[in-house]
Design a protein around this ligand. Sequence first.
Ligand SMILES: [Fe+2]
Length: 205
Amino acid sequence: MPVRAWFPTLIHCEPLQRAGLVRFNAELAEECRRLREFDAAGRRWSAKNYPGGYTSYASMNELHRFSSTFAGLERQLLRHVRAFARALDMDLRGRSVRMTDCWANIMPPTAAHSLHLHPLSFISGTYYVVTPRGCPGLKFEDPRLSKFMAAPPKLPGARPANRPHITYPAEAGNVILFESWLRHEVAANRVDEERISISFNFNWA
Ligand SMILES: [Fe+2]
């Protein structure tokens, strides 16, 4: 094999746990909607920065410290983060790994989330709570895109790993993890129902 792949970009996607997801997601969805009612500062911030949607990103971004439901989510996510870090050959022996930020996102019809990354953490991700059929997925961008210079376009039948973007469908109960520097976005929600997700950052010490 004369050609081999190096410097891979890894993305982890798996159900949060084997059983009990429907009930757990119903609890999380209710808490997210209650949070939106209660969090006036978050609604104001969202009106300016997240048009049409609600996020607690700037107001209530440590939900795992205040809610036992979200603390339960943190415990489950930690297993996935450790497995992902192992797949990346990260040396976390004797280190602590913890969730530093955790916030809720509610995207009614038309809400979108433009291209961004997650500073001040090493692994970030999203957990899907409510995902109506046809709602937008999570679109990742090739981190080398700014270095492509004179690269020609890709063939219509290019292998997915060689394309400049990959979109993971949003599926309730799934957790998606990526290294925090990987840029991603969510296209506008074009279905009638709202989509609910929880985003988070992990760091190590
Ligand atoms: Fe994000």
